[in-house]
Design a binder for this molecule. Structure first.
Ligand code: NAP
Ligand code: ZN
Length: 335
């Protein structure tokens, strides 16, 4: 069995170093994928730093993966050698629980994230359960499609689940990897879209990506003026904002949906939720079925990540730019 070469960190917050591991025998239900591209998600930085207390070292990050199927386990059906596939946050699930049976594998209590207690996509290859390797539509380029596998599905899912349509008004907080795709998908769903950002320099591009309006998230007066505006706000940031004011920006039945987890507990008063039936919720990536749908929508409606390309060997440089908030809008590593 040959080794898989990649880049791993050996301790919380450390630099990535070349690292190889023996993947062992190919599991009957797994495929091996030769990686061509892998996006750099902010969750990779959280995992490297052990922000969530779940990291195990050495750790090869990377869960926005595109590549070609290079080996197929004996029990795999529906995937062939040479098929171009994408792999996101999840590499396996139990396949038997209520949620797996409903096609909501991302909610499975035994879900296996791609780079938690397994090695991820900053590497030449990866193995995952074949149900989590999703064929890519031909119209998508591998590099600009890679970020769809985590950032894309994470913002597509709440738009889809919460019924966004041409009558809807949607606000997107934070224009990074997730947020710049959220603007595009919200526009595809037909919504009136407001970008809510700390970076005035992103206004022009936000409008090109689909925003009708642009608001500075730090200007409390501007946020207060948005009272009763939105059916859905998706927050992609980890900073703590005045969430009580953001709840007031929701229309009746509106939702404030967190996909980025704020550092501090989310503090909102109860009465504005009760009075016009607003909600505060969270959303976690998406199932393989939902990812396949999102990729098809992206292909047909021209949703593409705006990327900065790096060689896989320059992954530390890409992470450095991500941590400094200097990327427009996603780093993608290529082999
Ligand atoms: P990113 O590319 O670094 O973008 C984050 C954005 O947050 C920045 O571009 C910036 O946008 C905004 N921001 C940064 N500092 C801020 C501050 N102090 N106050 C207000 N806004 C600030 O990160 P990402 O890859 O999009 O990921 C965002 C978060 O989502 C991460 O925490 C990640 O772990 C999480 N995530 C969750 C899921 C899920 O399933 N729920 C999936 C993937 C990622 P502006 O310049 O526009 O202000
Ligand atoms: Zn991610």
């Amino acid at each position: 069995m040959s080794f898989i070469q990649g880049y791993a960190v050996h301790a919380a917050g450390a630099e990535l170093l070349p690292f190889k591991y023996d993947p062992g025998q190919l599991n009957p239900y797994d495929v091996e994928v030769r990686i061509s591209h892998c996006g750099v998600c902010h969750s990779d930085a959280h995992l490297i730093d052990n922000d969530w207390g779940i990291s195990q070292y050495p750790l090869i990050p990377g869960h926005e993966i595109v590549g070609m199927v290079s080996a197929v386990g004996s029990a795999v059906v529906g995937l062939e050698l040479g098929t171009r596939v994408g792999i996101g946050w999840q590499a396996n699930s139990c396949g038997r629980c209520e949620w797996c049976r409903k096609g909501e594998e991302n909610l499975c209590a035994s879900a296996q994230p791609t780079c938690v207690h397994r090695h991820g996509g900053f590497a030449e290859a990866i193995r995952v359960n074949s149900r989590f390797a999703i064929p890519l539509p031909e119209a998508l380029e591998s590099d600009t499609a890679a970020p769809l596998l985590c950032a894309g599905i994470t913002v597509y899912s709440p738009l889809r689940s919460l019924g966004i349509n041409p009558a809807s008004r949607v606000g997107i907080i934070g224009l990074g990897g997730l947020g710049h795709l959220a603007l595009q998908f919200a526009r595809v769903f037909g919504a009136e879209v407001t970008a809510i950002s700390t970076s005035a320099a992103k206004e022009q591009e936000a409008r090109e990506l689909g925003a009708h309006h642009f608001v500075n998230s730090r200007e409390s007066k501007a946020i207060k003026e948005l009272a009763g505006s939105f059916d859905l706000i998706i927050s992609t940031i980890t900073a703590d904002l005045d969430w009580a004011s953001f709840v007031q920006t929701l229309r009746p039945h509106g939702s404030l949906c967190f996909v980025g987890a704020p550092d501090k507990p989310i503090s909102v008063p109860g009465f504005p939720l009760i009075s016009v039936q607003r909600s505060v919720c969270g959303s976690n990536t998406g199932s393989p079925g939902r990812i396949a749908e999102m990729l098809d929508v992206a292909a047909r409606h021209n949703v593409r990540a705006r990327i900065e390309s790096f060689r896989m060997s320059d992954a530390n440089q890409a992470l450095g730019k991500l941590r400094k908030g200097q990327l427009r809008y996603r780093a993608v590593l290529g082999n």
